[in-house]
Design a protein around this ligand. Structure first.
Ligand code: GTP
Ligand code: MG
Length: 396
């Protein structure tokens, strides 16, 4: 394969979101920014966005028929290759939309699965993603089946279609079983590996995707984990021994979270996430320069609850302070300050007043406040080690 260059033009995508009563327009704009980033990460060009105000999604085509018509016109005029929805759509909605527009339609889950599939490098990550993809596909085959059934109608005509789908389903079920078996084998090896690590305190980096977890891992452990400005750069868990002061501990970097992370991915990444579940201390990294950092923080906490890792010692690390910006208010403007008007110091104070969880503000890129972070880490890890092994002082 070496040396082969693809000369195919990247696909052009249209982004579609809806603004409902509990999803105001500004929020949808932010969501579509993230969707655009996902599309770029997948290798396509986000060409245009359409937002429709609706009380609830249309059961047949997700958006209304008028909007769909408008999109169809745009799609034909601008040689668009696919439409991407910022939500999980039903199989029949996807089908109806594709029929209407004549191009491929993807939902958010589909897109995220696709990115994971491209990004998976090790056999382990690949197996986990493949399992999630088949689990996603299985109920969708059922959807195609009922669709065919309705279309064919007559009893005598139903046979072949049904058999075909049944065969497909059987093949997929067999694949799923096989993949699960493979994963179980790897899991067992991993459990043994983890047991052999001895009694070192275990610390895990967690956080939304692209917040700087791997960058921080590299900084603290002087290793070189892959980091880049794309979503889901990291899929596998990496574990390094780190020494702060004279105190060694294990630090792990793993897959980032995102809103509406497909349920099947969380399931199949179970053992990668064991690294988080079994950690003694979590370092929750937050990108303070991101306008939606508070929601991102909430999404991560919710995901931690889902994987049963919420009640752990946690240190919140606000990263990217170098990229933080705010809108300065005029001195004579007396309207209440909103998030966008706060200086970094004001933000720090408000945060610390509201939450009593330990936190620190750093820049992993510019290496600001890293010594302070090391000091806090040292204290935390030491505390855990002492409570766990009160009579063991071989480390000091
Ligand atoms: N401005 C700024 N950028 C940073 C900082 N820390 C990391 N970055 C950048 O943010 C991007 C993402 O960094 P990663 O370390 O890959 O983030 P991650 O959390 O591991 O991301 P995933 O593995 O994709 O979930 C990269 O382009 C980094 O260079 C920082 O302190 N300031
Ligand atoms: Mg990473």
């Amino acid at each position: 394969m070496g040396g082969y260059v693809h000369s195919v033009d990247p696909e052009k995508a249209v982004l579609i979101g809806i603004s409902t009563d509990d999803q105001p327009l500004t929020l949808v704009e932010d969501y579509l920014d993230e969707l655009a980033f996902l599309i770029e990460t997948a290798g396509a060009i986000p060409a245009k966005r359409f937002i429709q105000r609706l009380h609830a999604p249309n059961s047949r085509t997700y958006i209304g028929s008028g909007k769909l018509e408008e999109i169809k016109q745009y799609v034909t005029e601008h040689q668009i290759n696919l439409v991407v929805f910022d939500d999980e759509l039903s199989p029949s909605q996807i089908r109806n939309i594709e029929k209407e527009l004549g191009i491929r339609a993807l939902d958010r889950t589909n897109l995220i699965l696709d990115i994971f599939a491209h990004r998976a490098k090790t056999a382990y990550a690949k197996t986990q993603v493949e399992l999630a993809q088949y689990e996603y596909l299985l109920p969708r085959l059922a959807g195609i089946w009922t669709h065919l059934e309705r279309q064919r109608g007559g009893i005598g005509l139903r046979g072949p279609g049904e058999t075909e789908i049944e065969t497909d389903r059987r093949i997929i079920r067999t694949k799923i079983a096989l993949l699960k078996e493979q994963l179980e084998k790897i899991d067992k090896q991993m459990i043994t590996q983890r047991k052999n690590r001895g009694k070192l305190v275990r610390v895990a980096l967690v956080g939304y995707t692209n917040v700087g977890k791997s960058t921080l891992m590299n900084l603290l452990s002087k290793s070189s984990v892959f980091a880049e400005n794309k979503l889901f750069a990291t899929l596998d868990a990496t574990v390094r021994k780190v020494v702060v002061g004279n105190l060694p501990f294990l630090l792990s970097d793993t897959v980032g979270f995102i809103r509406k992370l497909p349920h099947h991915l969380v399931e199949s990444f179970k053992s990668t996430l064991d690294e988080v579940r079994e950690a003694d201390l979590l370092i929750h990294v937050v990108d303070i320069s991101h306008p939606g950092f508070e929601e991102q923080l909430a999404v991560v906490n919710q995901t931690l609850t889902e994987i049963k890792a919420a009640d752990k010692h946690t240190l919140v690390v606000f990263n990217k302070t170098d990229a933080y910006s705010f809108v300065k208010m005029d001195a004579d403007d007396l309207s209440p300050k909103t998030r966008e008007n706060l200086t970094l110091d004001e933000l720090k104070n408000t945060w610390m007043a509201k939450h009593n969880a330990p936190s620190i503000f750093i820049s992993a890129l510019k290496k600001h406040n890293i010594d302070e972070l090391r000091t806090i880490l040292y204290e935390k890890v030491r505390e855990i080690h002492i409570t766990r092994y009160p009579y063991d002082n071989f480390l000091y």
